[in-house]
Design a protein. Structure first.
Length: 246
């Protein structure tokens, strides 16, 4: 799994533009509200606690988090948001998985299909590419003097994490989806902060594309991520570090 997450320039990751950061907060805000619906207490709602960890890793302000959770009892009470997953292909047979939250399935599927086709891709049937990915909990932690590899190994063993990888300036901790909440909480209780914390689709193998097709692929991913109903886009293309968002 080493090499999937591009975290070799932490400063660049932390300095997204205000517009990009606002778009991320909007999407996470909807995810928070949906997770909180029916039970806004993260102490007894592990799914909500996981999304809060994701929000904090994205540097979402606490006030925004609280407002998003409060929305669960307000405007979302009359909406029926569905979590839907779409699969398909980009240029050169690249594999793409799109996670959405939508209250209008026809709108969402139409927008995704149109966006992909305009960039040389196409939607596929359920299961057409997901077999090339593993569903994993991923926790990315910045290396510090106090948190050396021996300490990380000890923490991961105690937390019963599945694996951890030491990169240039971060540790990548992997868990099963079922164990993600408990592993995340273990590290939080140790006072560790996260650069990333969420369950995501991790490609088993990555591919590289010629420069011209790579540009087309990046355009498609950008356009998909701009869609209001799209929460996350996963793929198996190895992109240059400055373009990698996963």
């Amino acid at each position: 799994m080493s090499g999937h997450s591009k975290w070799h320039n932490i400063a660049a990751k932390k300095s997204k533009t205000d517009a990009a950061r606002g778009a991320v907060f909007t999407k996470i805000g909807r995810e928070l509200a949906v997770a909180a619906k029916g039970n806004p207490n993260p102490e007894t709602n592990s799914k909500l606690a996981d999304v809060i960890a994701k929000a904090k890793a994205a540097n979402m302000p606490n006030d925004n988090i609280k407002r998003s959770i409060a929305r669960a009892a307000g405007e979302l009470s009359g909406k029926d948001y569905k979590e839907l997953t779409y699969e398909g292909y980009g240029v050169a047979g690249s594999a793409v998985i799109i996670k959405t939250l939508t209250d209008n399935v026809n709108r969402t599927s139409g927008d995704i299909s149109s966006t992909m086709s305009k960039c040389g891709g196409q939607m596929g049937k359920p299961g057409c590419v997901s077999y090339q990915f593993d569903n994993k909990g991923v926790i990315v932690i910045e290396k510090t003097v106090a948190l050396d590899e021996d300490t990380m190994m000890e923490y991961c063993l105690e937390a019963e994490a599945e694996d951890f990888v030491s990169e240039d300036d971060v540790y990548e901790v992997y868990t099963t989806p079922e164990a993600f909440s408990s592993v995340r909480k273990y590290f939080e209780d140790k006072g560790v902060t996260f650069l990333e914390a969420e369950v995501k689709m991790v490609p088993q193998n990555t591919i590289t594309l010629p420069a011209d097709k790579e540009a087309t692929f990046i355009k498609m991913i950008d356009k998909l991520e701009e869609l209001d109903d799209v929460q996350n886009v996963y793929h198996n293309v190895e992109l240059p570090e400055e373009d990698e968002e996963e």
